[in-house]
Design a protein around this ligand. Sequence first.
Ligand SMILES: *Cc1c(COP(=O)(O)O)cnc(C)c1O
Length: 357
Amino acid sequence: MRPLIATINLDNLRHNFRYLKQQHKNKLYAVVKADAYGHGAIPCSTALQNDADGLAVAFLDEAIELRKNGIKLPIVLLEGVFEFAEYEICDKLNISCVVQNQTQLEWLLNYQWKNKTQVWLKLDTGMRRAGFFPADYEKAFHVLSQFTPINDIVKMTHFACADDLSSAMTQQQIQTFDETTQNLIGKSSIANSAAILAHPTTHRDIGRAGIALYGVSPFEENNKLANQLKPVMTLTTKVFGERILRKGESVGYGSIFRAEKDMRLGLIACGYADGYPRVPSNNNPILIDGEPSRIVGRVSMDMMTIELKLQQQGIGSTVELWGENILVADIARRCGTISYEVLCHLKRAIRQYKNSI
Ligand SMILES: *Cc1c(COP(=O)(O)O)cnc(C)c1O
């Protein structure tokens, strides 16, 4: 068996959920889109069944998979539907939809609903990606509230810069949201992970926690509240080859690393086809049997080379690529990306679940 293993600690997932809920105080949905940010949507949703107030996914197929696997929690589709026919499945499986534009709204009004349904009506407060403009929002809200199959409208919006504490954008978005929705009766949902942790005025009826749920800080800077989160995924592999690299020799594609003195190299099973970022990974930190070391040379498709520092390290040694000790946010930053992307790109690793129930 190839030893690339993503260990998913479900106790840490539950810890993070409870901690975030304690911060947010009101209801909290777990965002499990993109296969729970690479952690496995079904096991993670199952582990949160007794804690989460609901689940959020991006689109219908992700929700169907959860229902097929016995998940009974409320589910909302954050992108809404892509075609009219999807509403029939939402109706049958009790799945709520975000409605973010006129087309989605008209389809919803034209469909013959068999059950009462909840709708999340999205307001564009500044992201300029999706959602009704403030000038059109009240009208859409009133049309929906007069449509009998709708029994609940959640007013929602999404922040562009909640993770940037120096940005004035979040305050402006909150103000736009409050001005537009103040006379419209119903629940609100505006906070993502960063807002839950850093912007208490965004704590409304329903929060939506993604990245922080997986134990990853949404902030670049050190953040006291985010320090309470526990990493859920630890990605480990093993050394399966070793050799000496002589002074002056280079290793790997492009020969970007050259040995300054004789050194021992280890070969490990993980490459960019598994989702480890290819560039610039030379020098990225790793842990070999608990001891700090680094990647040397370019990451290949299926493997990479590392520096063996201690005599007892070699074939069979365990290497942590990210997780409880090596923060995935640090790896992402070094590779010019964000932890969301690194986690979502994980492939081919065997997922093992710790602390199932
Ligand atoms: C993905 C997503 C979230 C979760 O964001 P995090 O930053 O991961 O907490 C919340 N709301 C919407 C609309 C999203 O698309």
